[in-house]
Design a protein around this ligand. Structure first.
Ligand code: MN
Ligand code: MN
Length: 396
C-alpha cells in the first residue's frame, strides 16, 4: 500500500465513526472513500520515517560510528537523528576521556542531559539558574541528570579512562544548540569581558578564539571529605544517582533497576533504567504510553522486535555498542540470544515511568472476553499468569 492509499484507508476508518476502535482494521481498500482533510486525525502525528510499509531500522551501531578525537585522546561518537533517522525525540553519545580530560563548561539549549558511567571516574560541576552549584564525583554505575540549559563541565579523574553514555531528550542534540564557554568568549570583545569581570582586557589575550569542546589537563585532587564551613551552595536536589547500587526488582528471567523522578527528583524529563536479562530470558511484549525508549547495549546478544501497527513489525539483532530506539507507544520485546547475561541501559523521555505488559493486560481481562477477542475457547487461557511477568525465564 502506498502512503497515499494507506492514508485514505485510515481516513475512511476514522470517518466511519462507529467502527473506530471496534475493528477498524478490517476496513478494506475496496470500501475506502477518500476523506477530505478537515480536522480529522491523520498521519501528521507519525514521523515521516514511520509512515511507510517498510519500517526503518531501530538499530544504530554507535560503537562503529564516526569517531571524533580531541586533544589528549578523548573520543566522542554520536547517535543523532541525522545518522539514526527514527530517533527524533532522543539522541545519545559515547564518550571516552583519559584522566584529566575536560569536557569544557557548556550548556544545551534544547535538551536535558542524562548519563550512565560505564567505567572509570568523572567529576562534574554544575550551576543552576537559582545560583546553586554542585561539584560531584561519579563512578561506574552512577547516573547524572542536568536539566535543560544548566551550565556544566565533566572531567575524567582517577587513574583510568572514563567511559560513559550520554542521553538527550531531543533527537537533534547534541549536534545543535550546545553552547560552549570557549566559543562564546572567543566571539566576545575583550573590552566587554574586561568590563564584565573588572580586570584589564589583556587578561583575555591567551584565550582560544574558537570552541575547544574537549581538552586535557592535570587530574584534580580529591574533594574534601568534610567541606569547609561556608563552602557549599548546593540546591535541594543532587545531580547524582547511584543506579547500579540500587537493589533491583527481580523477575523470573532477569532484573530491572529504574531511576525515575520518584527515585531521583531532579530527573524531571528523563527516566533511566538498567535492564539485565539472563541467558534465554525474554523482556516480554510491552509498550510505554508516555515515552520513547532509547537503548544502549552494554553486553550480551539481543534480538528486539518492534511492532508498529498496520501489520508491520521489524526484528533486528543487537550487540555491545549498539543503540536501539522504540517510538512512543510502539509494542516491543527483547530476547536474550547470547550465552550470558544481556545488559542494556535504557532512557525514556519522561520523568514518570509507564509500562504496560502483555501478561498484565491479559490478567486484567476475563477469560470470556479473551475467548471472544481471539475466537478461541476460554479454557485456552487456563494457567495464564495473574500478574505481569515483565522478564520471562528461558523457554521450557
Ligand atoms: Mn553536556
Ligand atoms: Mn520497553
Amino acid at each position: 500500500m502506498t502512503d497515499v492509499s494507506r492514508r485514505s484507508v485510515i481516513g475512511t476508518a476514522l470517518a466511519g465513526g462507529a467502527a473506530v476502535g471496534l475493528g477498524a482494521g478490517s476496513v478494506t481498500p475496496a470500501a475506502a472513500q477518500p476523506v477530505e482533510s478537515g480536522g480529522r486525525p491523520s498521519f501528521g502525528d507519525v514521523q515521516p520515517a514511520l509512515r511507510g510499509d517498510t519500517l526503518p531500522s531501530f538499530r544504530f551501531p554507535l560503537g562503529e560510528a564516526k569517531t571524533m578525537t580531541y586533544r589528549g585522546g578523548s573520543t566522542v561518537q554520536e547517535a543523532t537523528v541525522e545518522v539514526f533517522p527514527v530517533s527524533e525525540e532522543m539522541a545519545g553519545a559515547l564518550l571516552t576521556m583519559p584522566p584529566g580530560a575536560l569536557r569544557e563548561l557548556h550548556w544545551h539549549a534544547n535538551a536535558a542531559e542524562w548519563a550512565y558511567v560505564i567505567s572509570g571516574q568523572a567529576r562534574i560541576t554544575i550551576l543552576n539558574p537559582f545560583g546553586h552549584s554542585q561539584t560531584i564525583d561519579f563512578g561506574p554505575g552512577d547516573v547524572w541528570y542536568f536539566p535543560r540549559g544548566f551550565g556544566h563541565s565533566i572531567q575524567a579523574i582517577g587513574s583510568e579512562p572514563c567511559n560513559f553514555v550520554l542521553i538527550f531528550d531531543n533527537g537533534f542534540a547534541p549536534a545543535e544548540l550546545t553552547f560552549s564557554s570557549t566559543d562564546w568568549l572567543g566571539h566576545t570583545p575583550a573590552e566587554v569581558l574586561a568590563q564584565t569581570f573588572g580586570v584589564p582586557a589583556s587578561r583575555f589575550e591567551g584565550f582560544p578564539k574558537e570552541q575547544v569542546f574537549l581538552t586535557a589537563g592535570p587530574v584534580p585532587g580529591p574533594l574534601p571529605a568534610t567541606p569547609a564551613p561556608g563552602s557549599l551552595r548546593s540546591g535541594a536536589y543532587t545531580h547524582r544517582y547511584q543506579l547500579l547500587a540500587q537493589a533491583p526488582t527481580r523477575y523470573a528471567g532477569g532484573h530491572l533497576r529504574i531511576v525515575s523522578e520518584r527515585e531521583f527528583p531532579i530527573s524531571e524529563t528523563i527516566t533511566g533504567a538498567l535492564l539485565t536479562i539472563g541467558k534465554g530470558g525474554l523482556r516480554e511484549p510491552h509498550w510505554h504510553p508516555n515515552a520513547v525508549e532509547w537503548q544502549y547495549y552494554i553486553s550480551g546478544r539481543a534480538r528486539m522486535t518492534v511492532f508498529a501497527s498496520g501489520g508491520r513489525a521489524r526484528t533486528e539483532e543487537f550487540g555491545p555498542g549498539d543503540v536501539g530506539y522504540v517510538p512512543r507507544g510502539y509494542g516491543h520485546y527483547i530476547e536474550n540470544i547470547g550465552d550470558g547475561d544481556l545488559e542494556i541501559v535504557l532512557g525514556f523521555n519522561n520523568g514518570t515511568y509507564e509500562s504496560i505488559e502483555l501478561t498484565g493486560w491479559f490478567a486484567s481481562n476475563t477469560k470470556e472476553l479473551l475467548a471472544t477477542n481471539f475466537g478461541v475457547p476460554a479454557a485456552t487461557f487456563d494457567g495464564f499468569p495473574d500478574a505481569p511477568v515483565v522478564i520471562a525465564g528461558p523457554r521450557a
